[in-house]
Design a binder for this molecule. Structure first.
Ligand code: SF4
Ligand code: SF4
Length: 498
C-alpha cells in the first residue's frame, strides 16, 4: 500500500545552487539531479529525516518537515497504528525499530526536582572548594576486619575506578562502526571512565584501551576468549537490555562482514543471533557459576557486572544478583536505545528506570546487602541533572549511550537497523563510516562529559554536598511534582512543598 510519505523535502529553488551535495550525502538516495530540467528532485518516500542534507547544504536551501497529510482523525487508531497494520498485512513480518522507545510515557526524571541549600547548610562553591566526582564500583566491606597480627585488613574486592560517575554503555562493534568505537574508546581513556564493547567482541586495535574497557559476555558469546576477558577493566554479563527485555539480539549477515565477523569469531555473512536466555543460566545458582567462572578465568582481578533490563520484579532479581557474587548490577530502563529491536517489544516491555532504580536500592538496603554490589543506572540518562537524580535515588554511576551517539553526531532518526546511518555511527558501509572522524568524535565526547562534570559539581555544590559518595541514595535531596502517592512511595521521595 502506498502512503503519502511521512516527511516532505522542502527545497528553496532560489537558494539551491545545484551543487548536488545532498545527492552525494544521502545514503537513502532521496535526492537526485535531473539533467534535462537542470533541477534537483527528491523521492520523499525514502527520507528518514536524519537531517544530513539539511546540515550540509551550503546555502540552507533544504528543510525536512513532517507531512500533514493524514488519514481521517481517529483517537483510537492513530496514523501510525493503521500504517503498521498495513505493513504487516503486506509482509507478514515483525516490525523492526531502533533507538529508544519514543512514546509519550512518563519521564520521571522530569517530575523530580533537586534541592539547594540556602541558609543553615550553606552551598559549596565548586570553583573554590574541592568536589569529589571519583567513584569506585564494586563490593564494599560492611565492617572492619583485622589480620591475625591485629593490623587492619585493607584488601578490597576488585573495584572499577571512574573519574566521574558516567560511562559509555554497551554498543557492539557491528551495530556501530569502527570509528564510533574508536571515538568511545579514546574518549573513555582520556576521561578516566569506561566504554563497553557490547556483545561484538573487541577489535584487535582496541586492546590498548583495555584499562578503560568493559568487556561484555552475552548469550551468543561472540568474540569471547581468554585474552578478551583479560583485556578489560571489568566483565559484564548481559542478561537483558532495556530496549528489548526478554529477547536476544540479531546482527544480520549483511553486517557481519570483514573485521566485524573476525572480531565476533563467526563466518563472514552469517547472522549473529544471540539467544534470548543464556543456555547455561536458569537460576541464580547458574548465574553464580558463570560469575565465578569469569572471575576464575581472570584470576579474581576484575569486577563482574550483571546487566539486566528493568522489568516488573526487578527488585527481587537484583537481590538474587547481589547474592550471586557479582560486584555490580547494571539496570537498563525501557527507554534505552538499541541498534535494532522488534517495535512491539521496544515500545511495550519493561519499566521506567527511575522506578526500577529506586525499588532496587530500597530492596537491597532493606535486606542489608546494599554494600554487596554497586548499581549502574542506564536507559535514557540525558543530562547531568538526570545523573544527579539517579545517584540521589541510589545509583553509584550511570551508563549513557544515546547521549553519547548524539555527541558523535547522531540525529536520532531511529534508522540504525537499516545500516545506512548517514552520520557514520550505526553502519558498516566504508563510505559512511569515514564520515565520523574519530578525532572529532572523541573530542566531542570528552567535551560533553567535561560539561556534565562541571554541572554535576555545580548541582552538588548547590545542595551543600561535596562528593558523589555523600549524594548516593540521599533521597532527601529530591522532591516530586505531579506524582501520585504510589509513585512517590516507590521513588521514596516526598512531594514538593513537603
Ligand atoms: S545541497 Fe543544497 S544547494 Fe546543494 S543541491 Fe542540495 S539543496 Fe541544492
Ligand atoms: S545512529 Fe545514525 S541511524 Fe541511528 S538514529 Fe542516530 S543518526 Fe539515525
Amino acid at each position: 500500500m502506498n502512503f503519502y510519505p511521512e516527511f516532505e523535502v522542502v527545497r528553496n529553488d532560489s537558494r539551491c545552487i545545484r551543487c548536488r551535495v545532498c545527492e552525494r550525502q544521502c545514503a537513502n538516495e532521496v535526492h537526485w539531479f535531473d539533467a534535462d530540467g537542470k533541477v534537483m528532485l527528491s523521492d520523499e518516500s525514502k527520507c528518514v529525516n536524519c537531517q544530513r542534507c539539511v546540515t550540509l547544504c551550503p546555502t540552507r536551501a533544504l528543510k525536512i518537515v513532517k507531512s500533514d497529510c493524514r488519514l481521517r482523525e481517529n483517537a483510537n487508531y492513530s496514523d501510525q497504528t493503521i500504517k503498521e497494520i498495513y505493513r504487516q498485512a503486506e509482509t507478514g513480518g515483525v516490525l523492526l525499530s531502533s533507538m529508544g522507545n519514543p512514546n509519550p510515557l512518563p519521564v520521571y526524571w522530569d517530575k523530580i526536582l533537586i534541592n539547594a541549600s540556602q541558609v543553615t547548610n550553606p552551598p559549596i562553591d565548586p570553583l573554590r572548594e574541592p568536589m569529589e566526582t571519583r567513584v569506585f564500583l564494586g563490593k564494599k566491606p560492611d565492617h572492619i576486619t583485622r589480620n591475625p597480627d591485629g593490623s587492619l585488613d585493607t584488601t578490597l574486592s576488585p573495584q572499577l575506578s571512574l573519574s566521574m560517575p558516567v560511562m559509555f554503555s554497551a554498543m557492539s562493534y557491528g551495530s556501530i562502526s569502527y570509528n564510533a568505537h574508536a571515538s568511545l574508546a579514546r574518549a573513555a581513556t582520556e576521561l578516566g571512565i569506561c566504554y563497553n564493547t557490547g556483545e561484538g567482541g573487541l577489535h584487535e586495535d582496541f586492546y590498548k584501551y583495555g584499562k578503560n574497557t568493559i568487556v561484555q559476555v552475552a548469550s551468543g558469546r561472540f568474540g569471547v576468549h581468554k585474552d578478551y576477558l583479560e583485556a578489560g577493566a571489568a566483565i559484564e554479563i548481559k542478561m537483558g537490555q532495556g530496549a528489548k527485555p526478554g529477547i536476544g539480539g540479531h546482527l544480520p549477515g549483511t553486517k557481519a562482514v570483514g573485521d566485524v565477523a573476525k572480531t565476533r569469531m563467526i563466518p563472514e555473512g552469517s547472522d549473529a543471533i544471540s539467544p534470548a536466555p543464556h543456555h547455561d543460566i536458569y537460576s541464580i545458582e547458574d548465574l553464580r557459576q558463570l560469575v565465578y567462572s569469569l572471575k576464575e578465568a581472570t584470576e579474581y582481578r576484575l569486577p563482574v557486572i550483571v546487566k539486566v533490563a528493568a522489568v516488573h520484579n526487578i527488585a527481587a532479581i537484583a537481590s538474587g544478583i547481589a547474592r550471586s557474587g557479582a560486584d555490580i548490577i547494571a539496570i537498563d530502563g525501557f527507554r534505552g536505545g538499541t541498534g535494532a529491536a522488534p517495535t512491539r517489544i521496544r515500545d511495550n516491555v519493561g519499566i521506567p528506570i527511575e522506578l526500577a532504580l529506586a525499588a532496587v536500592d530500597q530492596r537491597l538496603r532493606d535486606e542489608g546487602i546494599r554494600n554487596n554490589v554497586s548499581i549502574i543506572c542506564g536507559g535514557s540518562v540525558r543530562s547531568a541533572a538526570d545523573v544527579v537524580k539517579a545517584i540521589a535515588l541510589g545509583a553509584d554511576a550511570c551508563y549513557i549511550a544515546t547521549a553519547a551517539c548524539l555527541a558523535m553526531g547522531c540525529h536520532l532518526c531511529r534508522s540504525c537497523h537499516t545500516g545506512k546511518c548517514n552520520w557514520g555511527i550505526a553502519t558498516q558501509r566504508p563510505d559512511l563510516v569515514k564520515r565520523l572522524n574519530p578525532d572529532i568524535g572523541s573530542q566531542r565526547l570528552v567535551n560533553l562529559m567535561t560539561a556534565w562534570r562541571h554541572e554535576i559539581k555545580e548541582l552538588m555544590g548547590g545542595m551543600g554536598i561535596n562528593s558523589i559518595e555523600s549524594l548516593r541514595g540521599n533521597r532527601l535531596m529530591l522532591r516530586g511534582v505531579g506524582l501520585t502517592e504510589k509513585e512517590l512511595q516507590i521513588l521514596g521521595i516526598s512531594h514538593a512543598g513537603e
